[in-house]
Ligand binder design. Structure first.
Ligand SMILES: [Zn+2]
Ligand SMILES: [Zn+2]
Length: 361
């Protein structure tokens, strides 16, 4: 079928909105009419070539929509179902899936081997971040689509697919923080604000937010931070020590992909504490740690991929918390844009001022 998509033809260049060809869903796959797709910093890293990858490509992976057709063997979803679409493609049966870590699924899927997208001239377009959701339609494996209630707004639902799963999950799933734990969150964008919400819902205290944008620090307070530190001008280490009785934090969440933030995060955990690295810097960036201190202080550095999410459990849980008014989603949206204006949306996300910009279809 024909659909329209924002195509990246050269790293660092604006996306071009083109009519493209999308294959019918194969066995186990679903065709989704996209309703909303937010712009995540991972999309921008890929557009800039920071993580390599094939071109031309269609990115976009924080999405929601309505199932339009299903391939052979799909019985969990049917046409008309509203869904959140994530990049977590998983089989359910490999050792990683069996141990509850579908983000590390080992299975190779037909969509991993052949893209469903081609341009007007028939040239293959990479299925960016396994989703290709900067497009009016997408084809994904059924494991990537999770049904949501019919009255859930699509723009807010889209955010769950990456930023919310990642930020909230880092706190609740990866670090499994306890009530009363002291928490520092570095970076208060679309991921960090969700780490703050996870810490608030887990009963953590204090919840200390660190950023360099006053607007984002104000948002952090709205989302549950008890204290904020502007790293541009304030001594972050001294302030965290002061707010934690000199001990520093039980858990530190580094939600930005910046070397200095990772190093600072490691320096802010207390003895026997944990630093959770969530943001991914460009490939090849190295950070410095002192292994002696880490060993002597019994500290842990944890990586958190996609918030260690199990989409079939975490998406409905987040939807339920949202519907109870206990988790904010609507407030994460800074701007809504049409697909034709995607480069404007990207520029605004890149500037650091936006929480989340969403393409609405
Ligand atoms: Zn993302
Ligand atoms: Zn698997």
């Amino acid at each position: 079928m024909k659909t329209r998509a924002a195509v990246c033809r050269a790293f660092g260049a604006p996306l071009t909105v083109e009519t493209v060809e999308l294959a019918e869903p194969g066995p186990g796959e679903v065709l989704i009419k996209t309703a909303a797709c937010a712009i995540c910093h991972s999309d921008i890293f890929y557009m800039d070539g920071a993580w390599g990858g094939e071109l031309p490509a269609v990115y976009g992976h924080e999405a929601s929509g309505v199932v339009e057709a299903v391939g052979a063997g799909v019985n969990r979803l049917k046409a008309g179902d509203p869904v959140v679409a994530t990049l977590i493609r998983n089989c359910g049966f490999c050792p990683a899936c069996a141990e509850g870590a579908p983000v590390f699924c080992e299975e190779v899927f037909p969509l991993d081997l052949e893209t469903p997208l081609a341009d007007g001239a028939g040239k293959p377009l990479a299925h960016g971040l396994r989703t290709g959701a900067f497009a009016e339609h997408m084809v994904v494996d059924q494991s990537q689509a999770v049904a949501i209630p019919k009255d859930m707004p699509f723009d807010s639902a889209a955010l769950i697919a990456c930023g919310v799963l990642t930020g909230f999950g880092a706190v609740v799933n990866t670090a499994k923080v306890k009530a009363g734990s002291s928490v520092v969150v570095i970076g208060c964008g679309g991921v960090g604000l969700n780490s703050i919400q996870g810490a608030r819902l887990s009963g953590c205290s204090p919840i200390i937010a660190v950023d360099v944008e006053p607007g984002k620090l104000a948002a952090a307070r709205e989302f549950g931070a008890t204290h904020t530190i502007n790293a541009r001008g304030e001594d972050v280490g001294a302030r965290v020590a002061e707010l934690t009785g000199g001990r520093k934090a039980d858990a530190v969440f580094v939600t930005v992909g910046v070397k200095g933030a990772a190093e600072q995060g490691v320096s802010l955990m207390k003895r026997n504490g944990a630093a959770v690295l969530v943001g991914m810097p460009p490939s090849g960036v190295m950070a410095w740690i002192d292994p002696g201190y880490l060993a002597a202080d019994g500290q842990r550095i944890l990586g958190s991929k996609m918030g260690s999410a199990r989409p079939l459990i975490d998406v409905p849980m987040i939807v339920a918390l949202y519907r109870e008014g206990r988790l904010k989603l609507d407030e994460l949206i800074s701007g809504r844009y049409r697909l034709e204006a995607i480069n404007e949306a990207v520029a605004s996300s890149r500037s650091g001022a936006a929480l989340r910009n969403v393409i609405v279809f």
